[in-house]
Design a protein around this ligand. Structure first.
Ligand code: UDP
Length: 496
């Protein structure tokens, strides 16, 4: 890593969902330690999520803009995590109302940012960046395989035939290793697309705008996804595609708190794990949003009990969209019967801390991309239960390509068979999982090496900064020729 005295100043703009914000903030840290001035744009209720980062880097600026009103988003809610499932689209719409406020802010600013790094769900920032005359870098919190698949969907608009059912297969022959998925596993945002419909066209434009950006950075690494990164480089119009991951949590005073206040005392969990043999515990967590129905809870609880394995199970409370008594209820008596054998965490778990403990033998996960990377960094093989979004693609990568996970269930509403699940749980912490564990350890080594000095992801981050600085210098000399002005030590001043 080279510490630069970068002339660039980056406006970083996360999409307000936990799985999107966390890695973008980690990227802000990486850029800042390389000497890049950073301003982070959030709405007021999301500001506390920056606490760890700002405590570490007080010189990072924030731009706090009021959350735009949206008819489907109740007042006071500013993060997808607090909304019913499938509210990604209204949130995308709401955020796009920030276009003019951001423009005004830039115009009133004496030292405005010279580039924008924004989440791929903020595709309209591409248009904004063009209007401001600065480069926009897309941040993808998803992997490159997932983006290869969704980009093809939005570009080519394949349709389900009349009379076809949800199980009809869609083949992505263009994507390396030709993956295929049934219709129901494709992105729900895409499945709801209707040609000519205003909302649908908005989202398509958003997704396609990403593909003409100045650059795209992925929270991934070559050893995991080089073929998909190459595919994106070859088949889309984006100028540079860089793998800069796996991004690691910003180290703060309380390293265990990533993205939320833990619902448990971490020392208690660590002490419990310390008393367990190596690789003997299954960690169960389905990300920041998924809430299981009671039937799913029962089967999962039975599976854990029958398997006889040690476990830590993180259970999320129902949110606005769930009927309270029908979701997230832990079967009666389960916790008492499991005392000593397992821990149930209700609420927010210190996931990174748990996964990094040597007692963890496997991770039953929904395959959210952050969870996947965190598991790989820790060298923990996975049991895959993809439930939506990019998770089916991620599961395919992990199970079929990388050999680091086994599929145990599929679908947000799917109910696993307790006995079959029990077998997989038991196997995942036994000698029979040795091949997957070895693969996970290999990938862990690669993941840790690539972000170190001399590693590809580390070099790509340096390249990103160099290229942004070079771009700025070029613009500056063009402005000088055409009579524009630069202030702030070479930073462009934007005029009306
Ligand atoms: N996470 C956590 N504790 C929890 C649930 C989630 O720390 O109880 C973190 C997890 O470590 C990951 C992120 O929240 O960094 C979830 O992102 P992911 O992409 O895995 O899933 P999503 O929440 O986007 O579905």
């Amino acid at each position: 890593m080279s510490k630069t005295s970068s002339k660039s100043h980056i406006l970083m703009f996360p999409y307000p969902a936990q799985g999107h914000m966390l890695p973008l903030l980690d990227l802000a840290h990486e850029l800042h330690v390389r000497g890049v001035p950073i301003t982070i744009l959030v709405t007021p209720k999301n500001l506390p999520k920056l606490n760890t980062l700002l405590a570490k880097h007080p010189s990072i600026n924030t731009l706090v803009l009021p959350f735009p009103n949206h008819p489907l988003i109740p007042a006071g809610i500013e993060n997808v995590q607090d909304l019913p499932p499938n509210y990604f689209l209204p949130m995308m719409h709401a955020m796009s109302e920030l276009y003019n406020p951001i423009l005004e802010w830039f115009r009133g600013c004496t030292c405005p940012p010279t580039a924008i790094v924004s989440d791929f769900f903020l595709g309209w920032t591409q248009v904004l960046a063009v209007e401001l005359g600065i480069p926009r870098v897309v941040f993808s919190p998803s992997g490159a395989m997932a983006l290869s698949v969704t980009s093809l969907l939005w570009r080519d608009l394949p349709e389900i035939g009349n009379g076809d059912d949800e199980n009809v297969m869609f083949e992505f022959g263009n994507v390396p290793n030709s993956p295929s998925f049934p219709w129901w596993q494709l992105s729900p945002i895409y499945r709801n697309y209707k040609q000519g419909d205003k909302q649908s066209e908005f989202i398509r434009e958003e997704m396609l705008a990403n593909l003409v950006s100045w650059g795209m950075v992925f929270n991934t690494f070559d050893e995991l996804e080089s073929v998909y990164l190459d595919h994106l480089r070859k088949h889309f119009w984006v100028e540079r595609v860089l793998a800069i991951g796996p991004l690691q949590p910003v180290k703060g005073d309380n390293d265990a708190e990533r993205g939320g206040s833990n619902s448990v005392v971490t020392s208690g969990i660590t002490a419990w794990l310390d008393g367990c043999p190596d690789h003997s515990v299954v960690y169960v967590c389905f990300g920041s949003q998924a809430v299981l129905s009671n039937k799913q809870m029962e089967e999962l609880a039975s599976g854990l009990e029958i398997s006889g394995t040690r476990f830590i199970w993180c259970v999320k409370d129902p949110t606005m969209g769930h009927k309270k008594n029908e979701y997230g209820v832990i079967p009666s008596g389960f916790e008492n019967r499991m005392e000593g054998k397992g821990l149930v965490i209700r609420g927010w778990a210190p996931q990174v801390l748990v996964l990094s403990h040597q007692a963890i033998g496997s991770f039953l996960t929904h395959c959210g991309w952050n969870s996947v990377l965190e598991s790989l960094i820790a060298g923990v093989p996975m049991l895959a239960w993809p439930m939506g979004a990019d998770q089916y693609v991620n599961a395919t990568l992990l199970v079929d390509r990388m050999g680091v996970a086994a599929r145990v269930c599929e679908g947000a509403g799917a109910i696993p068979n307790a006995y079959e699940l029990a077998q997989e749980l038991a196997k995942s912490v036994s000698e029979n999982n040795i091949t997957r564990r070895a693969r996970a350890v290999e990938l862990s080594k690669a993941a840790l090496a690539t972000v170190k000095e001399g590693g590809n992801s580390c070099k790509s981050l340096d390249t990103l900064i160099e290229d942004l600085d070079h771009e700025l210098a070029t613009r500056k000399s063009q402005e000088m020729i055409t009579g524009g002005s630069f202030g702030c030590n070479g930073v462009a001043t934007i005029h009306d």
